[in-house]
Design a binder for this molecule. Structure first.
Ligand code: MLT
Ligand code: ZN
Length: 471
């Protein structure tokens, strides 16, 4: 078993902070926003799955960019490491203080600007939830292109830091593709702000592109300017029962060409559906089970039902189809897919391995991965679901000890050997650092380190995230 610094935190006792620094931080944010009471700190040190439990001397909750800058500046001077946290919906141990860091919660940065209706853009503070951003865009006659199951808690800052993907990447791209400007605090407390939202702006390095996906290791994202997409008035969802993952991948390719309004293609398997039905009490969608399910959604400013029906009708190998056009029935079909995460969590603390394969490799990988897991952990269960058109499969493994990462390593080795990525949309966090080398060359990792020391010379921003320890 690899020694992780991340799973023994609680046993190390509570880290402390210099009193002078505590007083300085209190002066910056005001005493109600410097949490030191262990009961108040507790929710900030454990991740959503319960797998990653850390410890922190305190939680500091700045209310604006200036306060973030002052907090970072003082901590950099004192050499105090920080863990940056948004909605705490991360799944790779990147948002909790696994090495005793001071937690900086960005949730109070929840200012949402007015939608610029002409440009189709809006500026959102790091603490605004993705759902609130979506709603504001809709109210202004636009739409935010990114959507994900954790929309109600996940924040703009967190989704920029991790370059969140979600269920509409096939149509609108990931978070990086929405980003037209960013405001951030660098590692010594300097504020960089480029929120003008100009579409043509070739004036040097693209900070939005660089900071998006940097997982809080280069800067603290305090606000983001995002592009919006035209609204849709009609949505229709179809759930297809199929013979296998190969058929689902083929169906995605065909539907992407024949249904221009296609915006989601989500995959799950028979055992996952059975678990979801057991946990939620939902009735199964069909009378008989199918090996694999593909949930597709078409959305347009016109009714796309005919277009989707024709596209699905032309597919080979579809066992059964359920179609939903009204909001309530669409939500039921989506729940079969989106409830996978909560259903798996009822079985204990899962290992969440979020990977991408080339589409041609997806079906062989799904066939292979259970035996790779079983060889190391015969009692473990593997749950597979994800975003089919992106080649993004979530390998959830239950029945493992939180700190036993042998299975994680074996799955990542298989992914890399198949030409895939060990992180599709959740990031590297702390959990995947030991395997970054599977996807990134020594020269790339050296370039990452050079960027880190240029923007965060004191090394205080998320020091235990993304980059493997040196030496
Ligand atoms: C999802 O798509 O449901 C989440 O990103 C994945 C997960 O819970 O593993
Ligand atoms: Zn996902």
């Amino acid at each position: 078993m690899a020694a992780h610094p991340d799973h023994g935190g609680a046993a190390g006792g509570r880290p402390t902070l210099d009193r002078g620094l505590l007083r300085a931080l209190e002066d910056v944010v005001g005493s109600p926003h410097l949490l030191v009471d262990p009961d108040l700190v507790a929710p900030y040190v454990v991740d959503w799955t319960g797998r990653f439990v850390g410890r922190a001397p305190a939680v500091v909750r700045p209310g604006d960019t200036e306060q973030v800058a002052a907090v970072v500046g003082r901590c950099a001077e004192a050499g105090v490491p920080l863990t940056l946290q948004g909605g705490n919906t991360g799944l790779v141990g990147g948002g909790v203080p696994l090495s005793g860091e001071l937690v900086v919660s960005l949730r109070r940065l929840d200012h949402l600007g007015e939608v610029d209706a002409a440009a189709g853009q809006v500026t959102a503070g790091a603490g605004v939830t993705v759902e609130r951003l979506q709603q504001a865009a809709l109210a202004a006659g636009w739409r935010y292109g990114v959507d994900l199951a954790s929309r109600g808690s996940a924040t703009v800052g967190g989704s920029v830091a991790t370059n969140a993907g979600g269920v509409r990447v096939l149509r609108y791209g990931d978070t990086r593709a929405q980003l037209v400007g960013v405001e951030a605090v660098l590692g010594r407390g300097e504020v960089v702000s480029h929120l003008g939202g100009l579409l043509k702006d070739n004036t040097g390095y693209s900070l939005p592109g660089l900071l998006c996906g940097s997982e809080g290791t280069l800067a603290v994202v305090t606000a983001a300017r995002v592009r919006l997409v035209p609204p849709v008035t009609h949505q229709v969802v179809a759930l297809l029962g199929l013979g296998g993952v190969g058929a689902a991948v083929e169906a995605c390719g065909t539907l992407r060409r024949s249904v221009p309004s296609l915006e989601a293609a989500e995959l799950f398997l028979d055992d996952g559906l059975e678990l979801v039905c057991r946990v939620t009490g939902m009735a199964p969608p069909f009378d008989r089970p199918h090996r694999c399910y593909l949930l597709v959604e078409a959305a347009a400013p016109h009714d796309p039902t005919g277009e989707l029906a024709e596209g699905v009708g032309a597919l080979a190998g579809v066992g059964e189809v359920a179609v939903a056009a009204d909001a309530a029935r669409r939500a039921v079909l989506w729940r079969y897919r989106e409830a996978h995460t909560e259903a798996v969590n009822t079985l204990g603390r899962p290992h969440k391995l979020d990977v991408t394969l080339g589409l041609g490799e997806l079906a062989p990988f799904v066939e292979r991965v259970p035996s790779v897991v079983a060889a190391l952990a015969p009692g473990a269960r593997v749950w597979l679901f994800g975003h089919a058109a992106d080649g993004n499969i979530h390998v959830n493994v239950t029945g493992l000890q939180p700190g036993d990462d042998r299975v994680d390593g074996a799955v990542f080795e298989l992914v890399a050997a198949s030409g895939g990525s060990i992180s599709a949309e959740h990031g590297i966090g702390t959990a995947k650092r030991p395997w970054l080398h599977l996807n990134r060359s020594p020269a790339e990792i050296a370039a990452f380190r050079a960027l880190k020391s240029a923007l965060d010379p004191a090394g205080v921003l998320n020091p235990a995230v993304l980059l493997p320890p040196e030496g």
